[in-house]
Design a protein around this ligand. Structure first.
Ligand code: XIL
Length: 674
């Protein structure tokens, strides 16, 4: 076999494609075929499946070994590298490109029985020379069909791509995940919506492809289980704003942007026909909103719009969208997320076009316009993530108090993208605080719960779900006005965070222990232990890594990359952590086997970053285990202790630096001291 190639038996996949047709088999082959470990786009050649392809409506010409992308009709158009054979693997994607776009993003697109998912991998901005380089890693779901990695940008300006490649990280996983062979009959599973009817609506986010899908199993699942629907992407500004009309006749649409609802119609039609109420998501957001919307004449090469002009566009957009939906689908949308994610993660308001062009009062203005134009009985929500964290909650409350005082808000949307480490009492206290201080209703709008990295991840997630829903029911009974709980997707394979398996149904539509946990919370009982349940063992063998054998057992936290490099602490080798998307993308070690004990962590670390830390990953708190002053780029020794409370389902600790400089790690030792 050629070096750098891996043999794959594609016919093992045949079952997976029974429903969608064999023509979508990777590489169109039924026999064994060779899979390259790296796919490097070859821009000396024309586009070709298996190397690179044009993605979306745009023109691509190859010139001097580069791809020049022009006439881009939307911000997500460009080029893609198809990598269907990489399903079930972690891959590294890289691109080097130049453009005047504010930023570019590498994203993954894949299908699952006709439903399409898009996941951002990593974003980057141009350096002084105008070059953007982006590297990121992502796990492609086991059951992903037609996976491809594509380049998108903040607007439609031209892009020149000099290099783009996708490669397998670590050992090739030869489709070890069980492919979904057939879909379960979803009507056999008891309804969540019916079980919770006395408490709140039970909703789900869905892409419109569920409605247009030839396969009706997904619709059956949706209709049996849920009584509220949120379109996952179809009512966001980048789906609704009509780029062609706005740009072709900017004078006509200058103050009243052109809008269309092609993407959202299938889902609105379905909800109207089936009497399922819808949450409208979302009107004013920093993301999935094209940058041209904020420019004079919708021209990104010109000036940003004035505050007055942008206020007119904002009012018109809110008015048009809410009232088009009401006129064409009367009564379907019962709540709108008027403003999404306006608070910054590191304090205050998020910097974005809305804030830059209008000013800090853009949130108040959005709600003022929404109230003025909202059809009767449509409730107005603010929506955000990490909303349960103390300091972010303070910022959100500060921002919303004037909105509440003006009577322009009806509800707080708690997105709730959480993990099973999150402290449930703190979460419920945050919900109560929003309701009390703003006098509004609560919707849990985007619930998904990252499965723990434990011995029994699905079971532990189920147990957590039960506790989470028991707490929500208790809070609801005690008067916290929780009126809707929406999960962000139908199945794990359709989730925007599919590798974390965060939802209630498996890809084949059968209910997970997480579903069972939600049902036990209301009906009583306990989540059944799976047949392969493993008793959690506590183990006091110290964890020791000195990298002299060039091996490491930890892994990346989010998108960072680890490599063994020369120049260890008084030794030959050490571990280098780099290429993360954020400073907290560090090197992560699972310490679940020490649950119930106090551990002592010692290590040597080196970085140009002024400080480096070892941190415990208890969601929403991130307590520091050890902190050292680095910055000199010399080795420094660190030491700290941490008590892992008994009952914690899983825990990782991670090493990080305070800025984006790489850090080097050596002689890591974790031992039980109590
Ligand atoms: C996500 C969708 O699920 C993805 O398909 C899309 O690529 C990106 O957006 N907060 C929100 C949602 O308010 O709109 C986001 O949805 C998830 C985070």
């Amino acid at each position: 076999m050629k070096k750098g190639f891996i043999k794959v038996v594609a016919c093992a996949l045949a079952g997976l494609f029974l429903l969608s047709g064999c023509d979508s088999l990777p590489n169109g082959s039924n026999g064994p075929h060779e899979v390259p470990t790296t796919i490097k786009a070859d821009f000396t050649q024309k586009e070709k499946k298996g190397n690179w392809i044009t993605y979306g409506d745009c023109k691509v010409e190859t010139k001097d070994g580069t791809a020049v992308i022009t006439k881009r009709s939307a911000s997500n158009t460009g080029i893609a590298i198809p990598c269907a054979d990489y399903r079930g693997n972690t891959v590294k994607a890289y691109v080097k490109a130049s453009s005047e776009n504010d930023s570019m993003t590498l994203s993954l697109k894949y299908e699952f029985y006709g439903n399409v998912s898009y996941v951002n991998i990593a974003a980057g901005q141009a350096d002084e020379a105008g070059i953007t380089e982006i590297t990121g890693t992502i796990q492609i779901p086991d059951n992903a069909q037609n996976a491809m990695i594509y380049l998108e940008a903040s607007d439609v300006r031209d892009i020149t791509v000099t290099a783009m490649e996708v490669s397998i990280e670590g050992e090739f996983n030869n489709l070890t995940g069980t492919p979904v062979e057939s879909l379960e009959d979803p009507t056999k599973t008891a309804s969540l919506a019916a079980a919770y009817a006395d408490y709140f609506k039970f909703g789900v986010a869905s892409p419109a492809t569920v409605m247009t899908n030839k396969n009706d199993s997904f619709r059956k699942l949706l209709k049996t289980q849920f009584n509220s629907v949120t379109p996952e992407n179809e009512l966001k500004p980048d789906s609704v704003l009509d780029a062609a009309l706005c740009k072709n006749d900017p004078a006509k649409y200058n103050e009243a942007p052109a809008v269309h609802f092609e993407a959202a119609k299938p889902i609105l039609d379905y909800c109207k026909k089936n009497n399922i109420p819808m949450r409208g998501h979302t009107l004013v957001w920093y993301s999935q909103t094209p940058s041209w919307f904020f420019y004079e004449n919708y021209n990104v090469n010109g000036q940003l719009a004035s505050r007055d002009l942008m206020l007119k566009r904002m009012e018109s957009y809110i008015d048009q969208v809410m009232n088009w939906c009401e006129k064409n689908y009367p009564g379907v949308i019962y709540a709108w997320d008027v403003v999404n994610e306006a608070a910054a993660d590191d304090g205050g308001m998020r910097d974005c076009y809305w804030k830059q062009v209008i000013g800090d009062d853009y949130v108040e203005k959005a709600f003022e316009f929404a109230r003025k134009h909202a059809p009767a009985n449509v409730q107005l929500f603010y929506n955000d993530y990490n909303e349960y964290q103390t300091s972010k909650q303070e910022d959100i409350l500060k921002m919303l108090k004037p909105v509440a005082a003006a009577g322009n808000i009806d509800g707080m949307g708690m997105q709730s993208h959480i993990s099973s480490g999150l402290n449930i009492d703190n979460y419920i206290a945050a919900a109560k605080k929003y309701a009390d201080e703003l006098g509004v209703k609560i919707h849990i709008t985007e619930l998904d719960v990252t499965a723990p990295k434990s011995l029994n991840p699905m079971y532990d997630q189920g147990v957590y779900m039960q506790k989470f829903f028991e707490a929500i029911i208790a809070a609801d009974k005690a008067g916290v006005p929780i009126e809707c709980v929406t999960v962000w997707g139908l199945t794990d394979d359709m989730s925007w965070k599919s590798s974390t398996k965060p939802l209630l149904f498996y890809g084949n539509l059968s209910p997970k222990p997480a579903y069972e946990g939600v049902m036990c919370a209301i009906n009583g009982g306990e989540v059944a232990k799976p047949a392969d349940y493993q008793e959690p063992k506590t183990d006091s063998t110290p964890f020791v890594e000195d990298y002299e054998d060039k091996k490491f057992t930890g892994g990346p936290r989010y998108s960072s990359v680890q490599k063994i490099v020369e120049g260890g602490y008084e030794s030959d080798y050490c571990l280098m952590n780099s290429e993360g998307y954020a400073e907290y993308d560090g090197y992560s070690i699972d310490v679940t086997n020490y649950v119930g004990h106090t551990i002592k962590v010692t290590f040597a670390i080196k970085s140009k970053a002024p400080t480096c830390k070892c941190t415990a990953d208890i969601d929403g708190t991130w307590p520091t285990v050890a902190e050292v002053q680095t910055g000199s780029d010399e080795w420094v020794l660190g030491e700290g202790q941490y008590t892992i409370e008994a009952g914690t389902p899983s825990l990782t600790i991670y090493f990080e630096s305070v800025d984006m400089n790489p850090f080097y790690l050596d002689n890591v030792k974790i031992e039980v001291i109590d």
